[in-house]
Design a protein around this ligand. Sequence first.
Ligand SMILES: Nc1ncnc2c1ncn2[C@@H]1O[C@H](COP(=O)(O)OP(=O)(O)OP(=O)(O)O)[C@@H](O)[C@H]1O
Length: 341
Amino acid sequence: MNLADHLSAEIQSSITIEYLNGSGQALNRKVMRNALTSLGRNEFRELVLKVRDGKLPQNFILKQIQLFTRFIRDGKSSIVLQPDNVQLLISNCPSDKLKHFMKTLMIKHEAGKNGKPVNDRMKLLAGLPRTFETISPVQRKDVEQANEMRAKANTETPVKRKGLSNREPNKTNGCPQKRIKNLLFMCQISELRPSKKPTLSMPRQLNLSTEQSLVLSTVLSGKNVFFTGSAGTGKSFLLKRIIGALPPKSTYATASTGVAACHIGGTTLHAFAGIGSGKASLEQCIELANRPGVRQHWMSCRHLIIDEISMVESEFFDKLEAVARSVRRRDEPFGGIQLIV
Ligand SMILES: Nc1ncnc2c1ncn2[C@@H]1O[C@H](COP(=O)(O)OP(=O)(O)OP(=O)(O)O)[C@@H](O)[C@H]1O
């Protein structure tokens, strides 16, 4: 994969498609472990999500949508398609890609709200052949349009104060001051105020230097990578972009020390490896690495990041390599795990 495709309107992830009933319970569920989801437009210029996993693609027209992005940093988000009662649960997506994708979706959807809706009758009468065109990158005018639509909605659709309408005022204990306060409180909850959606900005670009881009594209090509540089040359910055570009379930970000591990939001190399100090014999280390819980790390790991590799003892590193090959039953270096150090 080259870097131009890295932040695009397409994501590779696991997807669960849930078909909901009127009360939001899932009636039917379809799980795709490795799905490709693209954002595009159909022959009527409607916004469409195309989901495919090697079989027949499924298209979802985005009319009224709700986006849930609380766990976007963990590579998870969900999209609820309201009139159709369908929910798409996205997981195991590289977090930077997912952030870019969801932001593009949000801006394009919001910006397209002033377009005329096409009903089924108009579609039938038009008799156009089915098409799907991948969405163009977000432009400044899309963001402006989206913000205009948001501002309009903010002033036009007042909603009741969130969560306050059902609350009972506190008991007053007969204190006149408290009674006045409660009266004010009740007046406030009966007021209407406009819902406030935050202003949108352009999706974040990679903004890497030439050397940083080269390292990231080499990582994405699947090769083992060692990168270094003097203080302040952007190693930590690049490492965060690398972590954000890899699928979370199969990527382990580790460092030789706890402090360095915290810095990149990962664990220590020792905690990942589960072989203690590594001073035991190879057989014992392999036995330790085969314990439930530890073995699962080794089996699911496809990309191992080790920050501050210079602090890792060579003996321990060699042990890890041998353990990886044995536990994963693969004779390639590190049992086929891609190393980024
Ligand atoms: N591509 C970039 N775009 C914007 N800012 C960058 C970029 N690369 C690095 N920086 C900034 O440069 C500064 C130094 O970067 P960073 O801390 O990653 O360097 P480092 O090589 O890890 O340094 P050290 O070895 O001292 O830990 C940081 O403020 C970082 O945000």
